[in-house]
Write a protein that binds this ligand. Structure first.
Ligand SMILES: Nc1ncnc2c1ncn2[C@@H]1O[C@H](COP(=O)(O)OP(=O)(O)OP(=O)(O)O)[C@@H](O)[C@H]1O
Ligand SMILES: [Mg+2]
Length: 587
């Protein structure tokens, strides 16, 4: 796992990661040098031989002689402190680089995930809970870089441990051996706990996804919950998810502390036994014991840290495979947008030949053939679940067909540039999607469009007047998902947005269903003005909405059951006529 993480981090960080490890090594080396200088310093007080450091002392002194360093206490002290200053500097530089790398790595994963998600096909979005994707970006990206941070800390500890081990090897190899034996024993004894920590780490992802899911679900449905006084249900379900979240973080928080406690208990035991052996059995000089304890404590602190960081790694590292799975899933459903042929200008012509679409076992379209000529206004109607929206989705290229062929302006849909095609479509769906922002921002969606064009579109969509009545006109904030507007106003904004820019195909999927008769009439008049300039596909349950259509297609159970002009269909005296009569009497 560490290797995957490091190679992944290297892809993002490059030379920064190398610099970081270099600084880490340097801070370790200078820690060692500073400590080593303690030997000649102590020797000034006659402790040199008593520490058992005769060998290294001689070596250090010959190095100091080589550089003509006077063997005076003051000079040695200045050198020692200087080395320690350098160690602090390198540690600071390392800390800086660490933060730089960590923030960069989080940002890399956030963007990497978002970019892949947004490039995936529609099936990716209908497949999995949105909360899992939000969680991957908001939580797991941070956990991945936390895992990287922890790996750097582990490397730091390892370097320091090696440095201390090296120094204590100089003073007493017996002590090193003794410590290593104990270290190995403790390591083995906490292994089962490590396995548990890893499991907790894996669970953190699911639990946090659940909480994310509950939160967004209830916030999105706040109106329904308030209106039906179902707050207790929401509170109960949310409390359950929050409780699971608390428990898992409780376990995750306790594990490293438990490990530290075990380590400290063992450490004091070693210290006690070691002191007793040294003083009573081996009759070691007390001064040597003081140095040994000093090194031992520093070494042991690093060992404890190492274990704690290892636990931290086990807790956060499972975020990496989880995020990678999401990334691969998004990649496997990726759409190729740009490769195809560019399309001509002017209204689009569409031909479907025996097109079938399945959603798992559900057959949504069953060998549908139809032709919508360039500039035609086609109406589509039929009962709920008949496949009307699916027909629209398959034309836009959102849903993949199982069988048959779709041609746009005579070119198979597989061969055209999907990006060009979709950009040329004005789409107003069953639910109008608005962003938190101003009216104007919602009409242009970040594109640089002249205000006059925006107003023209709003006028056509019969939205200009109500927009001008808003407190700040086109610059009025419309609230979260347009919450400060009425349903009909939202739909008219959606329509206005669909009309901004030169469109070749206008799709209205129940776009006028939330409008009163007068507003709908205004929009139909607007569509009448667009007739011939753009191909129009209008899905509606209310048959009167389709009275202007050149052709009407009646869908049922994924098939076209009747088609023709209003007059032709009425004459056929079939299902269409029955529905028409039913609707006119019920009005
Ligand atoms: N993403 C999906 N996954 C699985 N099944 C789906 C999906 N979308 C639609 N369906 C199913 O496909 C069938 C056709 O759905 P579609 O949305 O095309 O109907 P519709 O005619 O637009 O209905 P309505 O008038 O209610 O909007 C329905 O049985 C529906 O349950
Ligand atoms: Mg529909």
């Amino acid at each position: 796992m560490i290797r995957t993480l490091l190679s992944n981090a290297y892809q993002c960080l490059g030379w920064r990661m190398i610099l970081l490890f270099l600084l880490l090594l340097l801070s370790g080396v200078f820690e060692g040098l500073g400590l080593t200088m303690l030997f000649p310093l102590l020797a000034k007080f006659g402790m040199g031989d008593s520490t058992g450091a005769g060998g290294p002392l001689a070596a250090i002194q010959s190095i100091l002689n080589f550089f003509h360093v006077p063997d005076q206490f003051g000079v040695l002290l200045v050198i020692t402190i200087g080395l320690m200053y350098l160690q602090v500097m390198f540690t600071f530089a390392k800390g800086w680089m660490e933060t730089e790398c960590q923030t960069r790595y989080t940002n890399y994963w956030q963007r990497n995930l978002f970019d892949h998600f947004i490039d995936a096909g529609w099936a990716f979005f209908t497949g999995e809970r949105a909360a899992n994707r939000v969680n991957a970006i908001m939580v797991d990206s941070g956990r991945i870089s936390a895992a990287f941070y922890v790996v750097v800390q582990i490397a730091t500890c390892t370097v320091f441990i090696l440095v201390y081990a090296l120094i204590s090897l100089f003073s007493s190899w017996k002590m090193v051996l003794f410590l290593s034996g104990f270290g190995a024993a403790i390591y083995a004894s906490v292994r089962p706990l490590s396995r548990k920590t890893r499991r907790i780490g894996e669970e953190v992802t699911t639990v946090s996804e659940d909480l994310q899911h509950r939160t967004t679900e209830f916030m999105h449905n706040a109106k329904l919950i308030k209106a039906t006084a179902t707050e207790p249900m929401a509170v109960r379900l949310f409390a359950q998810a929050a409780e699971r979240f608390r428990r898992i973080y409780l376990a995750a928080g306790i594990m490293p502390k438990l490990i530290v406690a075990i380590y400290m208990l063992c450490g004091y035991t070693i210290l006690g036994v070691g002191l007793w052996l040294a003083v009573v059995h081996f009759k070691v000089n007390p001064a040597a014991v003081v140095v040994a304890i000093y090194i031992f404590l520093r070494l042991y602190m690093q060992l404890t840290n190492l274990q704690q960081f290892r636990q931290g790694f086990l807790l956060s590292a499972p975020a990496l495979p989880a995020a990678m799975r999401q990334l691969d899933h998004a990649r496997s459903l990726r759409e190729t947008m740009n490769n195809g042929k560019a399309l001509p200008e002017g209204p689009a012509g569409i031909v479907l030949d025996r097109v079938s679409v399945n959603y798992g076992p559900t057959q949504a379209l069953d060998e549908v053939s139809l032709e919508v000529a360039a500039g035609e206004m086609a109406g589509i109607t039929g009962p709920s679940g008949a496949g009307k929206s699916t027909l629209v989705d398959v034309m836009v290229g959102l849903v993949k067909k199982e069988k048959g062929s779709i041609e746009i302006d005579g070119t198979p849909i597989e061969e055209i540039s999907l990006r060009d095609w979709r950009r040329s479509i004005g789409y107003v769906g069953q639910e109008t999607l608005l962003l938190n922002g101003t009216v104007a921002e919602n009409l242009t969606w970040g594109n640089d469009v002249a205000r006059s064009i925006v107003e023209e579109a709003a006028k056509t969509a019969n939205a200009h007047d109500f927009i001008m009545d808003l407190p700040n006109g086109y610059d009025t904030e419309i609230g979260d998902r347009g919450a400060r507007l009425s349903g009909g106003q939202r739909q008219r904004l959606g329509l206005a947005r669909a009309l901004v820019g030169g469109k070749r195909l206008l799709i209205l999927d129940e776009a006028t269903s939330a409008l009163d008769a007068e507003s709908e009439h205004q929009i139909l008049k607007a569509l009448e003005r667009l007739r011939g300039k753009v191909t129009i596909l209008m899905v509606a349950h209310r048959l009167a909405t389709l009275s202007l259509a050149d052709t009407i297609l009646l869908f049922d159970k994924g098939r076209i059951v009747e088609s023709g002009s209003w007059a032709e269909l009425t004459e056929q005296k079939g299902l269409f006529d029955r529905l028409r009569q039913l609707q006119s009497t019920s009005l």
